[in-house]
Structures are given as structure tokens and as C-alpha cells.
Design a protein around this ligand. Structure first.
Ligand code: S3P
Length: 430
């Protein structure tokens, strides 16, 4: 589907972002390893998270879906059901990286994990060496991608020094660590999103963090409290960007997780002069699913260029394309460095973002590990092909609202995998 997004006058109103995707995936998975039923309110209703529920059913969970909540009756930590056909993960890349950690500990059972054509292109190799160091037996398909085969064994704890920061790799090792004998230690170069740790703590699991090191000790069983999923800060970032860029805008993005591992985009935007009022400090007055939650009050205004530092890359990984868009409207040259990880994303996200924005009139260059974008007088507009990347589709829509001539976004429906009703939400503000 292609959609034309016209320039907007000034945005006013309130928008509630969809429930957080990362937390939804984890809630379904932790519900499955729990011995007692877990109620998940505000589970994200989108294609990837639906794939996660379907995969959990295949692995033995009973999942009841109600209009406002989901109940997961799990199998327990070491009792995933034997499955003699491939477990279908659809296009859920996050699950592809996290799930093997749990399955590798299902002694005497073997699982094949597979999914759609997009999933078969996702890199999964980074989980291999650390999982094998815990005694896991895991093999990848052709080219080091899915389908992958995991044979369950008794795992042992290990100490991991991860070369690249990745919440998915950490999540995978935490799952393995829950089942392995001893205390598993994970050192990350920079702390990444910590939703698994927070949810595990609500279940009484001892998960300790010092700086960017996390420790988890194996468990016999897990009992989770009911979970309510807060608003997704990565989805909220699109509305925030629209509010900052469309002249004269003032809007409120409600009930968003402001977990400090997810607020780097807001902090960089503030450094660029953006006005976003939020309660970003922890502990916060409002806590949902162990996540601090706040409204974000956004006012449009002039922006200044900034340098995005390498240590900001991992915690803002999903919002880096939006920072390129902000850079098109900021005075000076905004530079991103240290983001080679973006080149590993489907289709090379650096090239796609740079090509996409240049096609709309941006002065932007790709570098080996990032981009440099010089803010001129905003964006002309034009046509942007999302090429199957949901984030690029949503970026195109925000660019359209802020542009002089509007943007035709080819593949707008891709956005629905991340943010159902995204365009509708955005257009109601216009
Ligand atoms: C995610 C972690 C990030 C992020 C992805 C979701 C998660 O990936 O880009 O959208 O839920 O753990 P990496 O762990 O590869 O950085």
C-alpha cells in the first residue's frame, strides 16, 4: 500500500503510543516459562507479537486472548513441549534471538526455529558462541541464518564479555542463565534495554546489575505477577519527532515507558534544543510492569545539530533514523558515528535511511559507521520506498507532515508490524 502524507499545519492533541513491543515479547515468553498463569494487559496487538503468542502455543503454553488482555498458562522453566515440526516465529526477529536461550536448556528435546522470508535474512550468529560456552548445541542454516536447530542439554553458567551491545543477545543469555547451574554473568560494552531483568525481578529472581554487568542465578521455577505493558518509547518517538518538526505543534504523548535504557533518543533530542517535558528520572511516581511511565509534552521549536556519540548508539538503535530526520531540520551538521550495527539491519539501514531522505531533498551522506546530515531549510518531499522496513515507512510519514510538498510512502502498511494504526494516530493530530 502506498500513502500520500501531506504537509501538516500544526499538530495539536494527545496520542497514546501502542504497548511496548520488546516488553510484550518478553511477557509472553516469561509467561510461558512461569508455573502459574500470567495475565498480560495491553499486550501489543501487532503481527510480530501475534507470532510470539503462536510460537508459545506451539511450545506448550495455553494462551487465551481477550479484547483487553491475554492469559498465558505456561509450561514451567524446563518443560517446553516437544515439537516435531519447525516452530514458526513469523517475522519476529527479537524472538529468534531470545528463544534459543530457553530451548537450549530443554534436556533431551530438539527444536527447529524458522519463520518468514524476512526472518530468514536476519543475522542470528551473535548468540552462538556465548550459548555454546554454556553447553548449548545449536546450528544455523545456510549463510548463518534461520532455520536454526537447537538441541536441549543441561547447561552450565558462564561469564560472557559481549563484543557488541545487544539486548536480544543479553535476553537470550538471561534465559539460558535461568536454567543453567550457577550464576551467569554478562558484561555488555554499554547497558542495553533491561526489560527482561525488570520482569524477572518482579518474579523474585535475583538479577543484579552493576554498571553494564548483569548477573542471574538459576531458578527452579518462576511465578510472575500480572503484567501491564506500558507505551512503547520507540513508537512514541515518531509522534515526538512529528511534534518537534511540524511548525507550531504542541502535543502530549501519554503513558510511555521512560525506562532510562530507552530514553537516549529524548536526551539527544533535548541536546538539539527540543522541548520535551517528561518525568525522566527513576524512581518515578508511576510504575507499570516495573517500568517508570510518564507523559511526554512536546513543543515544536528550532533545533541545533549535534554529534551522536558511539555509546549512545545501542540505547538509541531503533531511533537513529529519526535522529537523521531531526538533523534535516537542525542548524549545522548532525553526525552519527559508531553505528556499524545499523548496517547489519535488513537491507543496511544506514544506506536506506540516507537514500530515502536524500530523495526527499536532504543534504545527507552515509559514512562507514553512520551519517552526516546538514540541516538546510527542512525537506522538500517526494517519494520514499520503505522497502519492507516498517521504521522507514513511519519515518517517511513523519517526514511528509514536516515537508513542504508531502511524501508518498510506498509500503506504508509495513508500519503496522511495529505500530498498528500509526498513520491514523498521526493524522488525527493534524
Ligand atoms: C530489541 C533490541 C534491539 C532493537 C530491537 C528490539 C529487544 O536489537 O533494535 O528492535 O527487544 O531486545 P539489538 O538487541 O539487536 O540491538
Amino acid at each position: 500500500m502506498s500513502a500520500f502524507v501531506a504537509p501538516a499545519e500544526r499538530l495539536r492533541g494527545t496520542v497514546q503510543p501502542p504497548p511496548d513491543k520488546s516488553i510484550s515479547h518478553r511477557a509472553a515468553l516469561l509467561g510461558t516459562i512461569s508455573v502459574e498463569p500470567v495475565t498480560i494487559r495491553r499486550y501489543l496487538d501487532a503481527s510480530d507479537t501475534a507470532s510470539t503468542l503462536a510460537a508459545m502455543r506451539q511450545l506448550g503454553a495455553l494462551v487465551e486472548e481477550h479484547p483487553d488482555y491475554v492469559v498465558v498458562r505456561g509450561t514451567g522453566l524446563r518443560e517446553a513441549a516437544p515439537v516435531d515440526v519447525p516452530v514458526d516465529l513469523g517475522e519476529a526477529g527479537t524472538l529468534l534471538r531470545i528463544l534459543p536461550g530457553w530451548l537450549a536448556a530443554q534436556e533431551g528435546r530438539a527444536y527447529v526455529l524458522d519463520g518468514g522470508p524476512g526472518l530468514r535474512q536476519r543475522a542470528v550468529d551473535r548468540i552462538l558462541a556465548p550459548l555454546r560456552a554454556m553447553g548449548a548445541e545449536i546450528e544455523l542454516g545456510d549463510g548463518g541464518r534461520a532455520p536454526l536447530t537447537v538441541r536441549g542439554h543441561r547447561l552450565h553458567a558462564a561469564e560472557h564479555h559481549l563484543e557488541a551491545a545487544s539486548a536480544q543477545v543479553k535476553g537470550c543469555l538471561l534465559m539460558a542463565g535461568l536454567c543453567a547451574g550457577g550464576t551467569t554473568v554478562i558484561h555488555e560494552p554499554v547497558a542495553t534495554r533491561d526489560h527482561t531483568e525488570r520482569l524477572l525481578r518482579t518474579a523474585g529472581v535475583r538479577v543484579e546489575r552493576t554498571g553494564s554487568t548483569v548477573r542471574v542465578t538459576n531458578q527452579d521455577e518462576l511465578v510472575l505477577d500480572p503484567i501491564s505493558v506500558p507505551g512503547d518509547p520507540s513508537a512514541a518517538a515518531y509522534a515526538v519527532a512529528a511534534g518537534l518538526l511540524v511548525r507550531g505543534s504542541r502535543l502530549c504523548v501519554t503513558d510511555t515507558s521512560v525506562n532510562w535504557t530507552r530514553t537516549t533518543f529524548l536526551r539527544i533530542a533535548e541536546r538539539m534544543g527540543a522541548i520535551v517535558l517528561a518525568d525522566l528520572e527513576e524512581p518515578s511516581d508511576v510504575v507499570i510492569a516495573a517500568e517508570p511511565v510518564s507523559d511526554l509534552d512536546v513543543t515544536a521549536g528550532p533545533l541545533l545539530a549535534t554529534e551522536i556519540r558511539p555509546e549512545e548508539v545501542a540505547p538509541a538503535i531503533d531511533e537513529l533514523p529519526l535522529l537523521a530526520l531531526l538533523g534535516c531540520f537542525a542548524e549545522g551538521t548532525t553526525v552519527l558515528r559508531g553505528a556499524e550495527a545499523l548496517r547489519r539491519r535488513p537491507g543496511d539501514r544506514i544506506e536506506r535511511v540516507v537514500d530515502g531522505l536524500r530523495g526527499l531533498g536532504a543534504t545527507i551522506e552515509a559514512t562507514a559507521d553512520g551519517f552526516a546530515v546538514t540541516g538546510t531549510d527542512g525537506l522538500r518531499g517526494g517519494r520514499l520506498d520503505a522497502q519492507g522496513d516498517p521504521r522507514l515507512a513511519m519515518l517517511g510519514a513523519v517526514a511528509g507532515m514536516a515537508s513542504r510538498e508531502g511524501v508518498e510512502v510506498v509500503g506504508m502498511d509495513e508500519g503496522a508490524t511495529r505500530y498498528p494504526r500509526f498513520l491514523e494516530h498521526l493524522l488525527t493530530l493534524g
